[in-house]
Design a protein around this ligand. Structure first.
Ligand code: SAM
Length: 388
């Protein structure tokens, strides 16, 4: 059907790029995609039988030892618009797989614009994992599925993480317009506060781990803010082991980067690693020495305050840093979800001047639909290019 204009294939490609891979809903999708080993096939069938014939043809193609693809997305834009009809077609396809002796060789995954998992409400955002722009029969080799499961022992946690992300995200990336910078991909190998960090935190009352002590989703939001607002200089107060400063500088190549920390991570046997060009103040951000250093630093576009989280501590950092030239002051942990960070929430909620923006996203790596951290961005004078 309309094979020549390829509109449905384009829609599905965009959906795979921006949603499936873009939100990392399926960590196994990217590899065959970048190696061109996914067949995006638009069905030409005019009947259900025709679709089944195409299914058999695709399985034959993927069975070839010299097959150029690992998997097929059989896109059926016109015949299976009704979800119940689609489910009937899937049931028939499963029978065809069995009757052709392909059970245990091929597996079907399925996607549909009105996809609804059994037992869920139709408007449950969790259904979005399987809501594609057109009905799709996704044909996978069982051997590939088994290998992926073996290579990724955390595979069982993926649905929970996806559900948390989709239920917690206010909007999904748009399929229209130019592609946003893929910050998720850029930071996919950086270690953030995940379930392992959380276990350490719960056992010791402190997250003693050399990683970015942030919610990955919120750092993606911060990076979007940095890009939109053309932040070219950055100061982080409270860097822990320096992972966030290093990551942001790597991705944005700031003209100027500075950091301040009293070195608590080192007392826990960890090392602070900052890029060589970072200007580093070692000491208390509330000290006269810090003020002298900060004065010399001059203008900074974005100051990220993530040091002393007590209410008086944040108030002091705010009072000091607002005096020096800057565009934005940002505060970490504005949701104040625990007793160590409640002072930041108190400060942020009470801040009733200037312009405020919030980056509060689900902590999906913990399987949570809500944020345990949150970033607040403040400006006393200018409005940001765009709300984060
Ligand atoms: C939660 S960690 C920072 C996490 C880091 N921003 C990240 O994203 O990975 C808090 C850091 O603040 C530092 N800190 C706490 N109070 C401080 C103060 N008054 N002056 C300077 N650093 C401080 C600690 O040494 C610690 O490294």
């Amino acid at each position: 059907m309309l094979r020549h204009d390829m509109a449905a294939v384009d829609d599905v490609r965009k959906w795979v790029d921006r949603i499936v891979v873009g939100l990392d809903l399926c960590p196994f999708a990217q590899d065959p995609l970048v190696h061109g080993r996914v067949r995006f096939e638009e069905s030409r069938a005019t009947s259900l039988e025709g679709i089944m014939i195409e299914l058999v043809e695709e399985m034959a193609l993927l069975s070839d030892p010299d097959a150029e693809a690992d998997t097929t997305l059989l896109i059926v834009p016109t015949l299976l618009g009704d979800f119940d009809t689609f489910l009937d077609a899937i049931a028939l396809a499963e029978e065809v797989i069995e009757q052709t002796g392909k059970t245990g060789i091929f597996q079907l995954a399925h996607f549909h614009p009105n996809y609804r998992f059994e037992g869920t409400e139709s408007d449950d955002p969790g259904n979005r994992t399987n809501q594609s722009p057109h009905p799709i029969l996704h044909i996978l080799r069982w051997s590939d599925v088994r290998r992926a499961m073996h290579d990724n022992p955390g595979v069982g946690l993926i649905p929970e993480r996806n559900l948390a992300l989709l239920r917690g995200l206010p909007t999904l990336p748009s399929l229209e317009g130019p592609l946003d910078t893929d910050f998720r991909r850029a930071i996919c190998t950086d270690k953030f506060w995940d379930r392992h960090t959380q276990r350490i935190f719960e056992a010791h009352g402190e997250a003693i781990e050399d990683c970015v002590l942030q919610n990955r989703e919120e750092v993606i939001g911060l990076m979007e803010f940095i890009e939109k607002n053309q932040i070219r200089s950055y100061l982080e107060i409270g860097v822990w082991t320096g992972r966030l400063t290093g990551l942001l500088h790597r991705e944005f190549s700031f003209n100027r980067v500075a950091a301040a920390d009293e070195g608590y991570a080192e007392t826990k046997g960890l090392t602070i690693n900052l890029p060589a060009d970072v200007e580093f103040f070692r000491g208390d951000s509330a000290s006269a020495e810090f003020e002298a250093w900060r004065e010399k630093l001059g203008h900074i576009d974005l100051v990220f305050i993530d040091g002393n989280h007590t209410y008086p501590g944040v108030c002091r950092d705010f009072a000091i840093n607002r005096r020096y030239p800057h565009r934005f002051l940002a505060f970490h942990d504005i949701t104040g979800s625990n007793r160590w960070t409640s002072g930041v929430k108190k400060f942020w909620d009470g801040l009733d001047e200037g312009h405020k923006w919030e980056i509060i996203r689900p902590h999906a790596e913990l399987g949570l639909e809500h944020s345990t951290m949150g970033i607040g961005i403040w400006s006393g004078t200018v409005e940001a290019e765009d709300a984060p």
